[in-house]
Design a protein around this ligand. Structure first.
Ligand SMILES: [Zn+2]
Length: 417
């Protein structure tokens, strides 16, 4: 599709525009090495070179970002562009899909200017495959937003985790906020339909309705191991992947054995599940930011608070077991553009600042299958670059103060001073 630029004047600046970014520091996220000062030479949509002093070709725009650190654009591996704060079921019932799509476009812009240059959208929650329109408009340069991997409407069982109609009278006929599949054959049908409608990967609710019973975590699985295998195989047939919402056993073990790409939320994993995740490089996506938000904003909800405490303890076990971690916030139910909070929580619960940054750059790029294009500042990579104040290796909260955002060589945010 050709780039149409009526609404995106930034795209008119020419494919070979040359920019030199200068800042007090540049961070190599793979090694943790800081180069000071730091410079990045960008031509068109790609990085040409990175170092303490790069070539300054004639005609290049020189941007001095002062006492800041340059690093790769942030990647959020678990977002919901089609959700905003407030009751989720209410959104899918009361808001039209066109209305929700407009909100999703605004959410995409909010995430981008907060520094998130790539994201994996984990389900439209009742807006069907409307996420394809958002992804395609961003790719065409019509609206600003992160690079997106999208999943359409996620897959669930009747009466399962995401079936809010289970709380209504059985006579109610309301469109669901997930797509139902109840056995292997229905999974294949639904997966083919979602790919036909434009999904990049499949999101399945493998467990649901977490609870704590007598001090113990409990959650039922929703698909058998064999059913999960069928889903993974069907996606692999067209070179695509499955990601699951899953916590607890045996659901996470079924998903890990079946070979999913990631286990999102990833709480209460057995040693065997963690071993398989390490061996197959299946990512855990902890989504602490949403848990904290619910713990803070749900009145009288001790369960949410205790759940977060359980997960924090569990996370240290996962780190010790060498489970690969990708950063994902589950933003949507809390305000878009605020999800860099996830990095602070990853550090609070046991990661080093460098490991947390890797989880939200190179690891997330690997999970999104873009590790040869984004996630690091390297010659030949796409110029997805942010600048934050100070040094994020000494203060992770700097990632919540992104001052400069470039995606594919186009600048979406510049510091005011
Ligand atoms: Zn989610």
């Amino acid at each position: 599709m050709p780039v149409v630029s009526w609404f995106a004047p930034g795209r008119e600046t020419g494919a070979n525009q040359i920019v030199v970014l200068h800042a007090s520091r540049v961070l190599d996220v793979a090694t943790g090495r800081i180069t000071a000062p730091g410079e990045v030479l960008v031509q068109g949509e790609r990085i040409v070179s990175v170092g303490s002093s790069v070539a300054h070709p004639a005609g290049a725009e020189y941007i001095d970002l002062g006492d800041r650190t340059l690093l790769p654009g942030l990647i959020d591996a678990h977002v919901h562009l089609f959700l905003h704060p407030g009751d989720e079921a209410d959104q899918s019932v009361r808001e039209s899909v066109p209305q929700r799509t407009i909100s999703a476009v605004l959410a995409a812009k909010a995430d981008l200017v907060a520094g998130f240059t790539a994201e994996r959208d984990m389900g439209t929650e009742g807006a069907g495959s409307a996420d394809t329109a958002v992804r395609n408009a961003i790719n065409a340069g019509l609206v600003p937003g992160p690079r997106l991997r999208i999943s359409g409407n996620a897959v669930d069982i009747v009466g399962g985790h995401e079936d809010f109609t289970k709380d209504l009278g059985p006579q109610q006929q309301i469109l669901p906020n997930a797509t139902w599949a109840n056995n292997a054959s229905e999974l294949v049908t639904v997966i083919r339909q979602q790919f036909k409608e434009g999904a990049d990967f499949i999101k399945i609710y493998e467990t649901g309705a977490d609870s704590i019973v007598d001090g113990k975590f409990s959650t039922p699985f929703q698909f058998t191991e064999e059913e999960m295998r069928v889903a993974v195989q069907e996606a692999a047939r067209v070179h695509r992947q499955v990601a699951v919402h899953a916590t607890g056993e045996p659901g996470t073990l079924y998903a890990a054995r079946a070979g999913v790409a990631s286990i999102d939320h990833a709480d209460q994993l057995s040693d065997e599940t963690m071993r398989i995740m390490r061996e197959k490089r299946i990512f855990a996506v902890p989504t602490f930011a949403i848990s904290e938000y619910f713990a803070d904003h749900t009145q009288g909800n001790d369960r949410a608070k205790r759940g977060l405490e359980f997960h924090a303890l569990e996370f240290r076990r996962q780190l010790e077991a060498g489970v690969p971690i990708a950063s994902g916030s589950d933003v949507g139910p809390f305000p878009h553009g605020t999800q860099a909070r996830e990095f602070e929580l990853l550090v609070k619960y046991g990661m080093t600042p460098l490991a947390a940054i890797q989880a939200g750059t190179m690891n997330a790029a690997e999970l999104l299958r873009w590790s040869e294009q984004i996630g690091q500042l390297k010659a030949g990579f796409l110029a997805d670059i942010v600048a934050v104040p100070g040094n994020p290796l000494t203060d992770i909260s700097e990632l919540t103060k992104v001052a400069f955002v470039m995606k594919g060589g186009v600048i979406y945010r510049r510091p005011k001073t």
